[in-house]
Design a protein around this ligand. Structure first.
Ligand SMILES: CC(C)C[C@H](N)C(=O)N1CCC[C@H]1C(=O)O
Length: 677
């Protein structure tokens, strides 16, 4: 044991930490570390797909696949970090070493995004893309190893700082810990896209991905430094041997005991050690079994970033002074976390307690799952409303048909601009996706006998021959003023583009330049502006976030409190593994789900979660809460007593014989397993 335990005098926490308002001061460094680390992780993640697409010039499919693989890897590596921490290095050293790996990875990403490094002809594009790809892939691998590896250790290490009598404070710690995760992620997802939008470079100015990755890299270094500063105050539980090896040995030795039962004498002390390990393994397995249905929650949760964002692209993001991009709606989640966690902790849970209800952790998690299911019902209702508005459009306009990824135009124009004009065509426009949400499409049909030039203050859209039409062009949504010019004569036409809209403008043959041409142009809506407001997504975000607070914050604390002392990080990793599996299910579902109606898919997910929730509540009903510290203390008492007993027994020779037999028996066991392999 590195440090002495016992904060009973009120001045010292577990370890050497001072206690402030009942909390060990050491946790301050841990939560600040978590804040900076999550800033680093989520900040880098926010611009990653755009980096793949615009810097590395990958297509959408490759960019999305690598992005999701990276995210899944980040939630798979916790198991590695946890084994290293619980078995070998201890949580403190694991956090330090893996944070260094993590920071190196972030720096590699920032360097990989400096286009000047390989831009020898100074044209603004890297000459050796291989260099940038290799460096960024190495960087991402190190980041996945670092962020995943330290994640279960930091949470468990924070929990370790509290004494046995500090259950309430430890619960609050996990809430604050969650607040820091979301505070860091919120700030970084706002800041890094702004950094990316800057232009930087030595020889030529390009979008500044190096800065967008550089700042998260700096924050990771800050996280590491802050963690090291707290070093003297932490309670550092020593790893209690190689847990995984112990588990294997325990199973092996149990087999060996059974085989050699007649010759193998083991002391009572050894018996108790074995029993303790078995009890600890049982504690972990019982919780892991309980976790089997949980990935379903994360499957729904992760769709915020995909399905819900796509849903937002078909909605109106105009909030008066503020215009929200569809992907920005995702920030509603961390914002709500920052408000809901304190409300739950200081109002809702105490109120429920006052009502005499025993709202146990597993009940909270069940309610959390139900709330997530309600969120998906809300999403389905919004989808129905969007579908209704789109249907109205299809009935009212003969011009539009839309498909996934493309918008097809079947355009038939009959004699409105000029009686001789008839154009029938099929044309496809690549759907711009939510990164270009502010852009709308338009084109002009020239019904005049003279060529007309169309321009705005910012762009020239070229000359349109008589009785002909222009290609579709893009323009920012909102008010636009076009100048129509023929020779030296011109006139202006103003219109307003709503979100997601597309227009064809017909220039009448009767237009007279020099006068007001507002009445001589007819606008036809190819695509109606999005009419369902993005604010309607707020209820679904509210329910999913309230569900997350009940489910995830509670799950984090539950994973700590139900884990034996030598497997705290391992169980945290088990918890994070449910997030990884949830991510994988989303990927599979995205490939397999062929439900034509989006609202029906939402209802299906909600129903699946309710079904899973019922199974979980039955499993939870049979789960008995334990106090691992108490159980371990009882075992240790027995071990110490029997160790004294064994030592006091005369007959060193007998002990030697036991050892010999034990070795013999192990040899037998080794032989048996080797031949099997
Ligand atoms: C997606 C949000 C930015 C963060 C989310 N509310 C959250 O806190 N988490 C999602 C997975 C687990 C947890 C995290 O540790 O990041």
């Amino acid at each position: 044991m590195a440090d002495k335990e016992d904060p009973k005098n009120g001045k010292m926490g577990k370890g050497k930490s001072k206690v402030v308002c009942g909390y060990p001061l050491s946790i301050f460094f841990i939560v600040v570390n978590e804040f900076c680390e999550r800033f680093s992780y989520y900040g880098m993640r926010a611009v990653l797909v755009l980096y793949f697409k615009y810097f590395l010039r990958w297509d959408d499919d490759l960019a999305t696949s690598i992005y999701h693989t990276f995210v899944a890897l980040c939630y798979l590596t916790p198991i590695l970090g946890a084994i290293v921490a619980d078995s070998w290095l201890g949580k403190f050293k694991t956090i330090i070493y893996l944070s260094i790996v993590y920071a190196v990875g972030q720096v590699a990403m920032a360097v990989s995004a400096i286009h000047d490094i390989t831009d020898s002809d100074r044209d603004g594009t890297p000459d050796s893309m291989t260099f940038h790809i290799v460096l960024s892939m190495v960087g991402l691998f190190l980041i996945a190893l670092g962020t995943g590896g330290i994640k279960p250790c930091v949470a468990a290490f924070g929990g370790d700082q509290f004494g046995e009598h500090q259950d309430r404070q430890r619960r609050t710690f996990f809430s604050v810990f969650y607040l820091c995760i979301n505070g860091g992620s919120l700030l970084s997802t706002i800041i890094t896209p702004v950094l990316r939008a800057q232009e930087c470079g030595i020889y030529s100015k390009q979008k500044c991905y190096s800065l967008a990755f550089g700042v998260p890299a700096a924050l990771m270094v800050v996280a590491l430094v802050v963690f090291i500063i707290g070093s003297g105050m932490y309670y550092k539980a020593e790893p209690q041997g190689n847990i995984m090896l112990d588990v294997c040995k325990c199973i092996g030795v149990s087999l060996a005991y059974t085989i050699c039962i007649n010759t193998f004498y083991i002391t009572a002390y050894q018996q108790w050690l074995k029993k303790l390990l078995i009890a600890q393994i049982k504690m972990v397995l019982k919780v892991l079994f309980l976790y089997i249905p949980l990935p379903m929650f994360w499957t729904l949760f992760d769709q915020k970033g995909s399905r819900w964002t796509l849903q937002a692209t078909t909605m109106d993001g105009n909030f008066g002074a503020l215009v929200i991009q569809p992907d920005q709606m995702q920030t509603v989640n961390p914002i709500l976390i920052l408000t809901l966690v304190p409300i739950m902790d200081s109002l809702i849970y105490p109120l429920i307690k006052k009502c005499g209800l025993n709202f146990t952790p597993l009940k909270r998690m069940t309610v959390g799952m139900l709330l997530a299911a309600i969120a998906f019902v809300c999403a389905a209702l919004v989808q129905i409303q969007i579908d209704v508005s789109t249907k109205q459009l299809l009935h009212s306009s003969p011009y539009i048909l839309s498909g996934q990824g493309f918008i097809y135009f079947k355009l038939t124009i009959k004699g409105k601009a000029n009686s001789d004009t008839e154009i029938v065509e099929n044309q496809a426009i690549t759907f711009v996706g939510f990164t270009d949400y502010f852009l709308v499409y338009f084109r002009f049909v020239n019904g005049m006998k003279t060529a007309v030039n169309v321009s705005t203050a910012a762009a020239d859209f070229g000359l349109i021959e008589p009785f002909y039409y222009s290609n579709y062009s893009q323009i920012k949504n909102g008010k636009a003023t076009f100048t129509l010019r023929s020779g030296s004569q011109s006139c202006e036409y103003s219109t307003n583009f709503g979100f997601g809209s597309s227009y064809t403008f017909f220039i009448h043959s009767t237009l007279v330049f020099g006068s007001n041409c507002q009445d001589s142009v007819t606008a036809v809506e190819d695509i109606k502006p999005n009419s369902v407001h993005m604010a309607l997504q707020i209820p679904q975000y509210f329910f999913i976030t309230a569900g997350e607070v009940m489910f995830s914050v509670t799950g984090l604390e539950f994973s700590y409190s139900q884990a034996p002392s030598n497997m705290k990080a391992v169980l945290q990793a088990g918890w994070l593994f449910t997030v990884a599996i949830g991510n994988f299910i989303v990927l599979i579902v995205a490939e397999l789900a062929k439900i034509p109606k989006q609202w029906a898919e939402y209802v299906l997910f909600a129903s699946l979660l309710v079904a899973v929730c019922v199974i979980f509540s039955i499993m939870a009903y049979f789960y008995t809460y334990i106090d691992p510290t108490e159980i371990e203390a009882q075992f240790k008492k027995k071990i110490n007593e029997d160790d004294e007993d064994d030592k006091s027994k005369p007959g060193k020779a007998e002990v030697e014989m036991v050892k010999r037999d034990s070795i013999k028996c192990h040899d037998e066991y080794d032989k048996a397993t080797q031949t099997k392999m």
